[in-house]
Design a protein around this ligand. Structure first.
Ligand code: C2E
Ligand code: MG
Ligand code: MG
Length: 776
């Protein structure tokens, strides 16, 4: 709830703060002596409220695991009853046979339950049994060490003469030993990752430490080694109660039973020291201990034996954990975490081995590079969870279709590599590759959705006696062949051959040159007029990019635009083309007459259309050059628009908002459907050259097609432009068919900016002549 403006905000004190303050005040009053004989009652009251706090907290905070909390609550109850009886039966200081062991018999299960609760915390957080067992061992070692030391240095010298029964001696030393057990478990809980050291944890540690201090003092007081007032002896216990209650009331108590992040644990120096001390204790004690009664020596001997066994177990267990985590790390380093398949590293190692073996046995090796087709689409449209599930299913399918001697590996994303050992021939490897390809044909069902998956596979083959072949070369070749398979239309296997390598290296070189071409101003634009019919003057020009390569000469766009699209260079190039075309149009308008109403058409690639900044960039470029939207036409191919139709429609609508013209380029070569045109606000269609080419053939049905396209486009208010018009008869035919504009070598080839005004001039003249001819 929000505070009203002007109202003073009252922050409510949390319950745990109330409890802590109230109880500490009560403790202060109790130990100050002000309460006189009521002091034990006050401590008892603190204990009772703590018990209530425990129970209420579990109900309020609802920790993930409740039983450890109930164990701790029960242990509180046992302590309270035991404490009350101890007070009632006056056991303190009575170390003779007349001492009643009833209070101790009640406190003992109290410790047991407390220990169970703490171990419950530790177990919940560590999850792994191994580590949990280590916690118990550490605590046992510490407890036994304290027991031995207390026995030898405190109990035995003091009680040597008194003939105190063994049971009482054990009970006396048992308390500090048990509470150190609890302290060690608590400390060990904090060995799990730091984020677990929440406030509740610190209160727990405080409580356990107070218990230990209290138990130690109690032991000294019991054997009359120290003499203090009862209320002072009660102080650590009272504080332990307060800390326990606060721990439970604090909201961070939930973290105590929540699993901690899995951090690989190195053997911490603290634990090594602990084990070392534990092993030293028996040695020191045996050396120093004066010979006492047989009974004592037997007891000590037993303690020492237990201590040594616990310490040895701890070391063995620590070694075991180290070994296991090493094996774990080794496994992780060699396997893919998603599919569990071997990863690239293991593939490389295995391939190297197989190649070596092949050179000895004189056999052959084949490597398949398998890439799922259009997998990105699954991830993009359905999310990564579906994508991951699908990858797991594909991994399983592949594994089920290889021979036992083959190794399926995943090297990242949707790429798998399969090492085929002991292959007899390329055709056998090809068969195996196709078997894998066909195995994917049965649709995959993931989360009740059906997926059709295909793969492009590159195959590289090596005979064992080929000295030039190694794992790297084979991987590279399979990769190259895979791209060839993709180029060939996907869902195919391509076998590597040397010509592919030359092609690839040429491409790599060209890409490198292209990267610099923009900076070095090696790109320029040429312009081709678009002529309005029947006798029209020109209506616009299409800007077409050219690359004047310093050594290879002028490279046509069909050769470098696809490369630019794959490498992402198209963004920079496209931006430059737009800018340059608009700059040039503005320049023509200033310098030459006849350009006032012309538009410039610019080709756009898919990446440009789906770039979120496109609309803004077009708007800025237009205003920078003072050009209105109608003087720019953006040309897009059908596939560019249809790749992501929803997104494309939104961008096209925004562009239309700037009055920019929109043309579908190369119409008829891809989808050849007019139905989708209704969904996009395009202004013109450019009928592909291939239709124009066959117009004059007698048996061509293209004329009918063009007529239908023109009619439908007109019905939708879209104009039509025919591309690649080379002859007058084509032009006449297109006119008859109702086309609105023509573009082609018949009117002009694409020319440099400086040449265009002459071309435009002569086209104007021609059209005037035609007009005059028709009127005279
Ligand atoms: P397009 O947009 O369909 O351009 C028309 C192509 O047909 C041009 O080829 C042009 O020179 C050619 N052409 C025009 N009239 C005739 C003719 O009568 N006969 C013949 N045989 N050809 C004719 P160009 O310049 O080689 O461009 C090829 C393609 O490259 C373009 O096809 C366009 O898709 C792409 N392209 C060109 N410049 C750019 C650009 O700046 N950006 C992008 N993304 N693509 C461009
Ligand atoms: Mg074009
Ligand atoms: Mg075209």
């Amino acid at each position: 709830m929000k505070d009203r403006p002007g109202a003073t905000s009252v922050r409510r004190w949390p319950a745990w703060a109330w409890f802590l303050t109230g109880e500490l005040a009560l403790v202060a009053v109790a130990v100050s002596g002000l309460l006189g004989t009521l002091e034990p009652t006050a401590v008892f009251a603190i204990g009772i409220t703590t018990l209530v706090a425990l129970v209420l907290s579990v109900r309020r905070h609802r920790p993930a695991l409740t039983w450890p909390w109930w164990a701790i609550s029960a242990s509180m109850a046992f302590f309270l009853v035991g404490g009350a009886l101890r007070f009632d039966l006056h056991t303190l200081g009575n170390i003779t046979t007349s001492r009643s062991l009833v209070p101790d018999l009640l406190s003992l299960p109290g410790y047991g339950l407390g220990a169970a609760g703490l171990l419950g915390f530790s177990r919940a957080r560590d999850r792994g049994r191994q580590r949990h067992f280590g916690v118990i061992l550490d605590a046992v070692i510490a407890a036994l060490a304290i027991l031995a030391v207390a026995w030898v240095y405190v109990i035995d010298p003091v009680l040597f003469q008194t003939h105190t029964p063994l049971a009482i001696r054990l009970v006396l030393t048992g308390y500090p030993a048990m509470s150190i057990f609890l302290v060690v478990v608590t400390v060990r809980i904090a060995f799990s990752p730091e984020q677990n050291r929440v406030p509740s944890y610190w209160f727990l540690l405080a409580a356990m430490t107070c218990m230990f201090v209290g138990d130690s003092f109690y032991m000294f007081a019991d054997i009359d080694l120290i003499s203090v007032a009862g209320r002072v002896l009660d102080l650590p216990y009272a504080l332990a109660f307060v800390a326990t209650g606060t721990m439970a009331l604090h909201p961070s108590m939930r973290a105590l039973t929540e699993p901690a992040g899995n951090r690989p644990q190195a053997s911490s120096p603290g634990r090594i020291v602990l084990v070392a001390i534990a092993l030293l204790v028996p040695a020191i004690i045996t050396l120093q201990h004066p010979s006492s009664s047989l009974q004592d020596r037997v007891a000590l001997f037993m303690i020492i034996i237990c201590l040594t066994v616990a310490a040895v177990l701890r070391i063995v267990q620590a070694l075991h954990i180290a070994e296991r985590s090493e094996a774990n790390l080794a496994y992780q380093a060699m396997h893919d975490s998603l599919t569990g398949l071997p990863n690239r590293r293991m593939m490389h190692q295995h391939l190297t081995n197989v190649l070596q073996r092949a050179s000895v046995d004189d056999t052959h090796v084949a490597l398949l590079f398998l890439d799922l087709d259009r997998f990105k689409l699954v991830n993009d449209t359905l999310g990564h969870t579906h994508g991951d599930e699908l990858l797991i299913a594909v991994a399983r399918r592949l594994n089920a279709h290889v021979r036992p001697s083959d190794l399926v590996t995943r090297i990242g994303g949707d790429e798998f590599m399969i090492v085929l050992g002991q292959v007899v021939s390329v055709s056998q490897a090809l068969d195996l590759a196709n078997r894998l390809r066909f195995s994917l044909r049965t649709p995959f069902v993931v989360n009740e959705l059906e997926f059709y998956v295909s793969a492009s596979i590159g195959l590289a083959f090596a005979s064992g006696d080929d000295p030039d072949t190694n794992a790297e070369v084979l991987v590279r070749d399979a990769d190259t062949a895979m791209y060839q398979a993709k180029d060939a239309g996907r869902d195919a296997v391509a076998v590597f051959d040397e010509s592919m390598r030359t092609k690839v290296s040429e491409r790599v070189e060209l890409e490198h040159d292209l990267r610099r071409a923009v900076e070095l101003r090696q790109l320029h634009l040429v312009y081709q007029p678009i002529v309005r019919i029947p006798h029209g003057p020109i209506e616009g020009v299409e800007a077409l990019v050219r690359w004047a390569h310093p050594t290879l000469g002028v490279i046509p766009p069909v050769k470098f635009i696809p490369l630019a699209e794959e490498s992402g260079l198209i963004m920079g190039i496209g931006e430059w083309v737009l800018e340059e075309a608009l700059r040039q149009l503005a320049a023509w308008r200033h310098q030459t007459t006849g350009f006032e109403d012309l538009y410039v058409a610019v080709n756009l690639s898919g990446a440009q259309l789906h770039d979120s900044g496109l609309v803004e960039r077009v708007r800025e470029a237009l205003s920078r050059h003072g050009i209105e939207g109608t003087a720019l036409c953006l040309e897009l191919t059908e596939s560019v628009v249809m790749d992501k139709p929803l997104a494309a429609a939104a961008v096209l609508t925004a562009l239309r908002g700037l009055d920019v013209r929109l043309a579908i380029d190369d119409f008829g070569t891809e989808y050849s459907s007019l139905a989708y045109l209704k969904r996009f606000p395009v202004t013109s269609l450019k009928i592909d050259k291939s239709f124009v080419d066959t117009l004059e053939d007698d048996d061509s049905s293209d004329a009918t097609l063009i007529a239908a396209v023109v009619a439908m486009a007109h019905a939708l208010g879209i104009t039509t432009i025919a591309e690649g018009v080379e002859t007058t008869s084509q032009a006449h035919r297109l006119m008859e068919l109702g086309c609105d504009a023509l573009q082609g070598y018949l009117y002009s080839r694409p020319v440099r900016a400086e040449g265009l005004p002459y071309v435009v001039n002569s086209l104007w003249k021609q059209s005037e002549n035609v007009l005059q001819g028709s009127t005279s």
